[in-house]
Design a protein around this ligand. Structure first.
Ligand code: ZN
Ligand code: ZN
Length: 169
């Protein structure tokens, strides 16, 4: 199954995920519905340095987000398909890869459905699937391996946040 390759519709941008994601979110929030023009977003969360570009260079578009701090969406500069985004919390260190852009999107079903309080009423969550009305506690959902990977990233996340505060102040 690994590595997982993907890309945009016109194939100008191609990428490779070097390993399994930390977690896969199926997000039913209204913001994801608006951005995708669909019922939910399916995002594989992974350390950004585990996503390698094979071809092309995405253009990063600053997009409003629910937190008010915005997200940066990496899009193909030609066909504009969104490939992944970076959220304000951990900035450029983590990529939320759009699972639908993988060559084999079936490889990454969601680990959890989030923000189901705003899910469109016709969407039925599969029986037995993890689902929460808003967000969740990572310790209850992520695998031990993913939590260790997050732990390993903490110094870099802290350094990035400190640099951000310096830039803002
Ligand atoms: Zn393209
Ligand atoms: Zn969302």
């Amino acid at each position: 199954m690994l590595p997982l390759d993907g890309g945009c519709a016109c194939r100008a941008v191609r990428y490779r995920m070097a390993g399994a994601p930390l977690v896969v979110h199926c997000c039913h929030c209204r913001w994801c519905q608006r951005e995708s023009g669909s019922a939910f977003a399916l995002n594989a969360v992974i350390e950004a340095d585990r996503v390698a570009l094979l071809d092309g260079e995405p253009e990063v578009v600053h997009t409003p987000s629910e937190s008010g701090r915005g997200q940066r969406i990496a899009r193909c500069p030609a066909c504009r398909v969104a490939l992944w985004s970076h959220y304000a919390g951990a900035g450029p260190l983590f990529s939320f890869v759009r699972v639908g852009t993988l060559d084999d999107p079936d490889a990454l079903p969601p680990d959890i459905h989030i923000f189901t309080a705003s899910k469109q009423p016709w969407v039925a969550i599969p029986p037995g699937a993890k689902a929460v009305p808003a967000f969740y506690d990572r310790k209850e959902v992520w695998t031990a391996g993913s939590l260790e990977r997050l732990q390993a990233m903490l110094p870099r996340i802290e350094a990035w946040r400190t640099a951000q505060q310096g830039a803002a102040g």
